[in-house]
Write a protein that binds this ligand. Structure first.
Ligand SMILES: [Zn+2]
Length: 121
């Protein structure tokens, strides 16, 4: 679960082998049917920005990372994923608007980085 994502916009989440429920993970039991058979699956890393917030004073565990922006993105596969924005919006105007198309651009399976889907085009 610590593989670094390549440039291709995919991300690893979990899928229940019994009922097919997708989950952002980490999770040991399916939230739908309580099956312990949660398997890693790769899904499209595109989605829509739901919310974000700037963390100026991170908790001790992430102190070296700060400041950073935590973002909530609804992936097109139907899973709501919490990650970070790739570029830190110190001003409101620097942030992508809510509802903007976002794309995974790096990070790890447990901490995805998101950027606007049209960035770099
Ligand atoms: Zn299930």
């Amino acid at each position: 679960m610590s593989s670094v994502l390549s440039a291709s916009p995919v991300i690893e989440i979990l899928r229940c082998a019994d009922c097919g429920q997708l989950d952002p993970g980490p999770r040991e039991l399916c939230a739908s049917c309580y099956s312990p058979r949660m398997e890693p699956v790769t899904v499209d890393g595109d989605g829509v920005l739901v919310s974000w917030t700037l963390v100026r004073r991170p908790p001790t565990r992430f102190q070296a990372d700060g400041p950073y922006a935590v973002a909530v993105v609804d992936l097109d596969c139907g899973v709501r994923l919490t990650g970070r924005l790739a570029s830190v919006p110190f001003e409101e105007a620097d942030a992508p608007p809510l509802g903007a198309r976002m794309r995974v651009c790096g990070g790890t399976a447990g901490m995805a980085l998101f950027a606007p889907a049209d960035a770099g085009r």
